[in-house]
Design a protein around this ligand. Structure first.
Ligand code: SIN
Length: 524
């Protein structure tokens, strides 16, 4: 398939991202390009690259024929074009989901469970291809992408099982001739708006519980990474999930969002993304009083106490900070280190970060891919510059990578202070800012000094302290001596302005259910 540059012609030397004075770099860049191109060609010929939206089981173009480019962030090349849809297509997708709800919600839980199980099996059978597609459009290293496919699929497997356990209640009646029951029923059509950082898992974490409960969905994946979503939706159809149960529209985010919000038929909005957009969706949902669940931004503290096991703390910090090149909502945003271990930890972290291999996600041994786009790099640059101008020191990295484009050097910064922008905003990049603290009380105060409250991490060998600090942290998720905490069986979600509701686990089902109280009278 033809690959063209998103920013200009791929063949034009003036516009090439790989024009560098070092000829060895150009050769390396060409090799990376060839790998990505042959993967794209293979995925295309095996039907894995879908370039249309899905409405009522039909692959559909935008009604006005407009398209948007989907680009590989590692190379800038266009992978394909997808429809630039808007309100009209979204309204049709909602209508299809509304029609499909009638029969899907009436299936037995066991039948819905079988469809979900089949979907899970198909995703796992194609995890290599889905992983490649994800690396192509999102940039994360292939191993990490394949890991996300398994992680994403785990939500489908889990909710295939939970579908059969949506229990109601019988309540002891207050009068002898009464019988009181609680029924749990699906909310109806769900609008699922998902981000680019986890092109599969953020979809399955929403769609699998929705489908398990009997809801139908209109998915709006990020315009930056719609291809994994479309491939997964294709597999849902192959799994026997009926047309209209899963719909995918993409394009004009504002128009699509407005159509989802305005519709009386959409009864629930579930969103992962920025706090700013989450607030707008919450306000917009008020007009039709929809249920809303929001997984928004974080500002995770990662607290290393003097009594931490250095190796455990190092492994955990690297895992939480540099996963997906720092582009997750649960990435450590501030690394708070107690003064007694500060020097040792800073040195150990710096040498580990120094040796991280950066490159195209298809490259051998690469652990850090590109950032998603130039705006993301500019944000990281401005936060690092602000910190430097206020007295922070760069221990490792601190600038764009020599590979060019959106590659940024994995970075460690010392002498960071709580009032610097880098401590107050979500970095969403591979930068570990180290803040020194003296006491446990100070660490808790610094950790909680933010409007965000998604994930926090603590490293200590003192059991009493681990419990005390966990209870004091205003966060929805706490990792103790562990940096990778996400799993389908545990509730994921935040406190304060990090969001509403929980995804994953048995609690994730509640977000897609209405509770109906039934009172039977005259029962004597
Ligand atoms: C996110 O960054 O929004 C999700 C991260 C995860 O599921 O671990």
């Amino acid at each position: 398939m033809a690959l063209r540059h998103c920013a200009g012609n791929f063949l034009s030397p003036r516009r090439s991202a790989y024009m560098t004075p070092h000829s060895s770099m150009s050769i390396f860049a060409r090799q990376m390009n060839m790998e990505a191109q042959s993967v794209a060609a293979h995925l295309n010929s095996s039907g894995f690259i879908r370039s249309q939206g899905l409405i009522g089981g039909k692959w559909t173009d935008a009604y006005d024929g407009k398209t948007i480019k989907v680009c590989n962030p590692a190379t800038g090349e266009v992978i394909t074009n997808v429809p630039c849809m808007g309100g009209k297509e979204t309204n049709d997708a909602i209508a299809s989901a509304y029609d499909a709800f009638v029969s899907w919600s009436k299936l037995t839980a066991a039948d819905r469970s079988k469809c979900l199980r089949k979907w899970y099996d198909l995703i796992m059978a194609h995890k290599e291809e889905l992983g490649q597609l994800m690396t192509l459009e999102q940039g994360k290293p292939l191993k990490e992408a394949i890991g996300e496919v398994s992680y994403g699929a785990s939500f489908i497997e889990y909710y295939a099982e939970e579908a059969k356990r949506v229990y109601g209640d019988i309540i002891p009646a207050t009068l002898p001739d009464r019988r009181l029951f609680v029924l749990k029923q699906p909310v109806g059509v769900v609008g699922a708006i998902t981000p680019w950082n986890f092109p599969l898992a953020m979809i399955t974490r929403k769609v699998a519980p929705a489908l398990a409960c009997g809801c139908t969905v209109v998915i709006k994946p990020s315009e930056l990474t719609p291809l994994t979503a479309l491939a997964a939706a294709d597999l849902s159809i192959q799994a026997g999930i009926p047309p209209g149960v899963v719909n995918v529209v993409m394009g004009n985010a504002v128009d699509i969002g407005d159509a989802l919000l305005a519709s009386q038929q959409v009864r629930k909005i579930t969103f992962t993304g920025s706090t700013a957009v989450g607030k707008k969706l919450m306000a917009g949902a008020a007009a039709t009083v929809k249920k809303v669940s929001l997984e928004l931004g974080g500002n995770a503290p990662c607290i290393i106490f003097d009594d931490a096991d250095l190796e455990v703390a190092l492994k955990g910090t690297l895992a939480t900070k540099f996963r997906n090149s720092g582009q997750t909502c649960v990435c450590a945003n501030r690394v708070l280190v107690q003064e007694g271990i500060y020097e040792k930890f800073a040195n150990a972290l710096s040498s580990a970060v120094q040796s991280m291999k950066v490159g195209d996600g298809f490259g051998e041994g690469v652990v850090q891919g590109p950032l998603i786009n130039d705006a993301a790099v500019q944000k990281v640059e401005s936060l690092v510059q602000d910190a430097i101008s206020k007295g922070a020191k760069v221990l490792v990295g601190g600038k764009r990578h020599g590979l060019g484009r959106t590659f940024y050097e994995p970075t460690v910064m010392a002498d960071v202070k709580g009032e610097m922008l880098i401590s107050r905003e979500e970095v969403f990049g591979p930068v570990a800012p180290l803040l020194k603290f003296k006491t446990e009380e100070e660490a808790i105060r610094l950790a909680n000094d933010t409007n965000a409250g998604l994930a926090a991490y603590i490293f200590t060998t003192n059991v009493q302290r681990s419990w005390r600090v966990t209870e004091a942290l205003e966060y929805g998720i706490v990792g103790v001596n562990e940096g990778l905490v996400s799993t389908e069986v545990a509730p994921f979600g935040g406190m304060k302005q990090s969001g509403l509701g929980r995804e994953g686990s048995k609690y994730g089902l509640d977000e897609f259910l209405e509770i109906k109280y039934v009172c039977l009278g005259n029962m004597n």
